[in-house]
Design a protein around this ligand. Structure first.
Ligand code: EPU
Length: 419
């Protein structure tokens, strides 16, 4: 298994280009299954999660061609059973359920298990399909959803822990081909949901309200091919902003959408970091006298859970006492024990991390447990004394395109050791 060695103490400066959004690209690629006609998607990041999704799509019978960041998919005829060997590797595979159900009125995907960031049920996805007149059955670890006809209705997708991002996308993808009008109440408002709705609209879907908690979908008979460019990855951008806060002089992000990062920018500003934004650019100007923060993760437009681990790395070395409360995935704190191995002073009380900032972390061998936790460990290593050895970096390759090369381009010293 590859590992990453981060040599601490090097200052970051310069500019870095942000890739297309993983969490937008995954459901958008799945949505191409809704039409027989070819679709062309640009700015698709080169990540292992994307490869898995393309493998599933091609297994389902679609022609997939890929040239650098552009993917062409033509799904003239499709099967409705997604292969377990690929699906088990990536939870986001569940987002083929919606398009297969929409087009073929049935779909079978192996039921995703738990994952390190917590129990991750799909009850809300199934509740949404049920409201559209589909039934489901769990058999031998697979979930099969099926309907004789999909009928629009009012669907409340708000769960105990807030809205569901992929659930909203999944139900939207099924509802676009249902008969009549569907109203999704308690919809997720994340930019990735808006991007998917924009793509579906280009395919001929009739959708209003994406980006709010109420999405209205008027079903159409069929969709056609479309071309689309995926939005910039706001979590990759946020991760580089935090890297700049940890170890930067002045770092500019290019091809970024600053309005998608308001909560992250606000938090950094509140902590004393100055940022400026332009059209498609965002710059963090050096690290001054940073102040501790009291942060709570929330659904968009609140502070994103996908930036929580990276902020813990930053606050570990910010003088004073900070708190970080996780409300979206209350158990998502696997990075805490690893940061503590680097000297961080963090205590967990339920789903809140209480962080007492120390001056300097020290490099140590650490274990990546999930995507954002691994990013946090790399960031912590940037200003740690000595070398931080991050093991199991396949987690990071699931969601960051060449993070080591991009950070090295800014002046970091990171080596990838191939197994
Ligand atoms: N939930 C339910 N029932 C459901 C679905 C979700 O109870 O049927 C709960 C979850 O357990 C969680 C909360 O609702 O507590 C929110 O989960 P959500 O469904 O919104 O998560 P997701 O759609 O599966 C996406 C991203 C995650 C990101 C979350 C929250 C993708 C591929 N994944 O997951 O991204 O953390 O939204 O913003 O879009 C990551 O990129 O590292 C990542 C984990």
């Amino acid at each position: 298994m590859d590992k990453i060695l981060v040599h601490g103490g090097h200052t970051l400066t310069g500019s870095v280009k942000i890739s297309g959004s993983k969490n937008s690209a995954l459901p958008i690629l799945a949505a191409t299954l809704l039409t027989k006609e070819p679709c062309v998607i640009h700015h698709v990041p080169d990540l292992s999660d994307i490869h898995y999704m393309l493998q599933i799509i091609s297994h389902l019978g679609a022609q997939v061609e890929r040239a650098s960041g552009t993917v062409r998919i033509e799904a003239e005829s499709i099967k409705t059973v997604a292969p377990y060997e690929i699906v088990r590797k990536m939870r986001a595979s569940v987002c083929v359920l919606g398009p297969l159900l929409g087009r073929e009125k049935e779909a079978t995907v192996s039921l995703p298990g738990g994952c390190v960031i917590g129990d991750r049920p799909i009850d809300l996805h199934l509740k949404g399909f049920e409201a559209l007149n589909a039934a489901h059955r769990v058999e031998q670890g697979n979930v099969k959803v099926f309907a004789s006809e999909l009928r629009g209705s009012v669907i409340n997708l708000r769960g105990k822990l807030g809205p569901t991002v992929l659930g909203t996308g999944n139900v939207m993808m099924a509802a676009v081909l249902a008969t009549g009008t569907s109203v999704i109440e308690g919809a997720a408002a994340e930019p990735e949901v808006v991007d998917l709705a924009n793509f579906l609209t280009k395919m001929g879907a009739k959708i209003e309200g994406a980006g709010t908690s109420r999405i209205i979908i008027e079903g159409v008979k069929e969709l056609h091919g479309a071309e689309h460019e995926v939005i910039p990855d706001r979590i990759e951008a946020g991760t580089f902003l935090v890297a700049a806060a940890i170890a930067g002089k002045e770092v500019q992000l290019k091809r970024v959408e600053p309005t998608h990062l308001t909560a992250v920018i606000d938090a950094l500003n509140q902590s004393g970091y100055r940022t400026t934004s332009g059209v498609g650019t965002l710059t963090l100007h050096g690290n001054g006298q940073a102040k501790p923060l009291q942060l709570t993760t929330e659904p968009y437009p609140g502070f994103p859970t996908d930036m929580q681990a990276q902020m813990c790395a930053l606050l570990s070395r910010t003088a004073g006492s900070s708190t970080v409360m996780e409300t979206v995935f209350p158990q998502r704190f696997m990075h805490v024990s690893e940061l503590k191995r680097m000297g961080a002073d963090i205590e967990l009380e339920g789903s809140t991390a209480i962080i007492k900032g120390i001056n300097r972390l020290s490099g140590a061998p650490v274990m990546a447990s999930d995507l954002r936790a691994s990013a946090a460990l790399v960031l912590a290593g940037l200003q740690a004394e000595g070398v931080t050895e991050v093991n199991r970096v396949y987690h990071i390759d699931r969601g960051y395109e060449s993070i080591d090369e991009k950070l090295n381009g800014l002046g970091a010293q990171i080596e990838r050791v191939k197994a």
